[in-house]
Design a protein around this ligand. Sequence first.
Ligand SMILES: Cc1ncc(COP(=O)(O)O)c(C=O)c1O
Length: 410
Amino acid sequence: MINPKEIRKDFPIFENNPNLIYFDNTATTQKPRQVIEKIKEVYEKYYANIHRGVYKISEISSEEYENSHKLVADFIKCKEWREIIFTRNTTESINLVAYSYGLNNIKKDDKILISYMEHSSNLLPWRFVCRKTGAKLEYINVKDYKLDLDDFERKIDEKTKIVSITHVSNVLGTINPIEEIIKIAHEKGALVLIDAAQSSGHLSINVKKLDVDFLVFSSHKMLGPSGIGVLYGKEELLENMEPFLWGGDMIKDIDFDKEYLNDLPWKFEAGTPNIVDGIAFGEAVKYLNKLGMKNIEKYEQELTKYFLERFEEFSNKYKDVILMGSNDYKDREAIFSLVFKINPHIIGKMLDSYNISVRTGYHCCYILFRHLDLYKYKGSVRASLYIYNTKEEIDFFFEKLEEIVKRFGS
Ligand SMILES: Cc1ncc(COP(=O)(O)O)c(C=O)c1O
């Protein structure tokens, strides 16, 4: 069972900002004391560079850094922790695959399939690969705020080499049927990358069961520090890929005309990594494990259901306000993008005057707003909730939203 009032006690941000209503969890989440303390512990007790140390504190930090990889591997149920590569963020993980796999394996007239609901990070690297290789980028339609699977089946063919899809939309909250997508893509011989930036801290993920080829996410969106991201890749794919960055730590030895690449995952972690945040990320994973991902899913569904009920009351009075996303709490996450006729930034600023933090604009999904013909409204006001949010906060949000709309119009 999730008790948000108890959970809040673990988050110093709420102690220091007692009236803060933090509804911007899609952008980044707050950090529990356990993660913050771990950062302090490493710097104060055993900070040293990893891997090449023959002395004690370097051995401790190396072990802790490796252990974080193992915790993440267990968290998403992969075969070997060698399959977990730490990057800077989701964006870098996708770029790693685009450069190392894409540029070397995608040919002219091949096809890469993404959808209209992708974040810029899962669009621009593929557009770049297509520009370099002469391959074609195609978009799967979004219909009724969901991925149009018929359109996917129409567009996927033997020329499709990569399907790169978000697990959960950072604008619509839609949870995509990734099991089905992976199965269909594999039948056509395409590899699948799942962008789990919005799902990794919210839904249980089992990469083995999914049989997904690559899965990427960011620590900072799941209670961990910023500056650490994850690329999961199937071992045999990673073994056959060229390094993304070249330099120290990603090699075992160098001769005058040849270098001997390091084992996974280090082959893809060139240079001194983000040691401290990588170690502290492990604490975030432990924290989520302690709460239990199934409990988190259940509590978020409860919040989602409540938010949708309150929105229905609100939209009965203000009929022209659009909720971009399904009104069925079962197939979505607690990410709510509201579109008004007035500029969303005005509403966001006004909400901030009541200590409610939301994000406004296009949320790096320009293509989605264009596809849905909503671009003209300058984006949406997005409220995104997490384990420390409460129903009382949702009530306060709608109370203040109504005051704002009465004053400025909807
Ligand atoms: C679905 C999705 N993909 C990718 C990203 C990029 O994540 P990062 O900025 O951590 O690289 C985000 C960030 O909001 C996202 O929501």
